[in-house]
Design a protein around this ligand. Structure first.
Ligand SMILES: Cc1cc2nc3c(=O)[nH]c(=O)nc-3n(C[C@H](O)[C@H](O)[C@H](O)COP(=O)(O)OP(=O)(O)OC[C@H]3O[C@@H](n4cnc5c(N)ncnc54)[C@H](O)[C@@H]3O)c2cc1C
Length: 383
């Protein structure tokens, strides 16, 4: 996303300067939530750029949102604590009723309502979402929810949750993904009344959790759109998510490259800067080339998305290439730093761990490749 949205990028850079490596390092050690950073992002209006002006947002496209997240990561920060506030509302915006949109979107745009829990993944279903076991059964003017989610990030820092649950058995539908529905769940009312959350300590500071539903009654009007079509509603949002995560990976890659370039220039061993050795400079150059190429695909996917065109292939390729570029840059940066790459105070090891996530979530590399093989190249479905 180079040389685009320069004004927005400059504002993000100014904001990020108030949250240096030390801020993120301390939180990482304590597994703390970056409350001050999220508040600053909210106040600056960066988290509501995708919400239309009618509902209090700034009505910008995915390209602007990508520029914001790329810049956060390029400055050494991490958007994972709040990026979902930008895009999870997309399902509500596209498929919610007028009443639901009027009730929630202005509060989300203002940051008074946090919608950043997105509960799809379950322990037993893996990537095969059609196998989820959480159910929502209609009972009068309510649905009764039972089941469990895992890796529900930011659930402890959210007021609302977008929940995917089965309202009909898998076998009852024409297709495996039929019979799932999506709900906008008000967690404030549900906590302690059938909803419980357990933090899941992980390799990175991602505020992720396990969520349990035990006879949780939610109002029937929590349902978004029609019953049984929930998976389809989520699909539109997944392209947005992939493009934005790809932008974060590009930001990470650029942080690693700049960090390595600086260190390679300053570090003198055998009476010469280590960056004078081709063994050090070529991997930096290679990572740079990979990042620039991946960024072109992120730009292409964002332009297609903002133009309302189909972009499944491009969004997936953007995610694949950007995640690979950031991981290549991370490995290069750690190697360039030698032993100091392992020292917390350089932030390299933290960013190294953080950027590794993009190979797995929100969709793992193999599943992107399987998508391209089957849906773009017409090869037989492999699973
Ligand atoms: C830090 C973190 C935060 C997350 N946040 C959220 C969140 O907020 N909400 C949410 O719903 N989910 C979240 N997730 C879950 C994430 O989306 C999944 O972990 C990811 O999609 C992979 O699914 P899985 O873990 O079930 O892996 P599995 O599906 O069990 O796959 C395991 C491995 O096998 C491979 N594999 C599986 N099937 C095939 C196949 N047919 N061909 C080739 N390879 C295959 C996969 O690529 C993967 O490498 C998060 C995960 C993490 C780690």
């Amino acid at each position: 996303m180079m040389e685009t949205y320069e004004d927005i990028r400059a504002s993000v850079r100014a904001l990020a300067a108030g949250f240096p490596g030390e801020y993120w390092r301390t939180l990482d050690r304590e597994r703390g939530y970056p409350t001050a950073f999220v508040q600053a992002m909210t106040k600056a209006g960066f988290l509501s750029v995708l919400i239309p002006e009618d509902y209090g947002g700034s009505g910008l496209g995915i390209g602007a949102a990508a520029a914001i997240l790329e810049e956060v990561h390029k400055q050494g920060g991490n958007g994972g604590a709040c990026h979902a506030q930008m895009y999870v509302m997309g399902t509500l915006l596209r498929h919610g009723s007028e009443a639901q949109k009027a009730a929630y979107l202005p509060g989300i745009a203002a940051g008074e309502l946090r919608l950043q829990a997105f509960a799809v993944t379950e322990p037993t279903s893996g990537t095969d979402t059609s196998r989820i076991r959480t159910t929502a059964v209609r009972d009068g003017d309510a649905y009764v929810v039972n089941g469990q989610k895992v890796w529900t990030s930011r659930a402890e820092h959210s007021d609302l949750m977008l929940l995917l649950a089965r309202t009909a058995p898998r076998e009852a539908g024409e297709k495996p993904h039929d019979g799932m529905s999506v709900f906008l769940l008000d967690m404030r009312q549900a906590l302690g009344h059938g909803l419980s959350i357990r933090p899941l300590r992980a390799m990175i500071n991602h505020h992720t959790t396990e969520v349990f539903f035990d006879e949780l009654r939610i109002p029937a009007d929590s349902l978004i759109g029609e019953e049984g079509r929930g998976f389809r509603y989520l699909l539109d949002g997944l392209n947005a998510e992939r493009i934005l995560i790809a932008a974060e990976a590009i930001g990470d890659a650029r942080w690693f490259i700049e960090k390595a370039r600086t260190y390679a220039t300053e570090r003198v061993v055998f009476d010469r800067p280590i960056g004078q050795n081709q063994g050090i400079q070529f991997p930096i150059a290679r990572a740079y080339a990979a990042t620039e190429a991946a960024d072109l695909m992120v730009n292409k996917a964002a332009a297609l998305f903002d133009g309302g065109a189909a972009c499944g292939a491009e969004a997936n390729m953007a995610k694949l290439l950007a995640a690979d570029a950031s991981w290549q840059a991370a490995d290069m940066c750690l190697q360039t730093h030698g032993g100091f790459g392992f020292a917390e105070e350089y932030d390299v090891e933290r960013k190294f761990r953080e950027t590794r996530l993009f190979q797995v979530a929100p969709i793992s590399t193999n599943l992107v490749l399987a998508y391209l093989a089957e849906h773009v190249l017409g090869l037989p479905r492999s699973y």
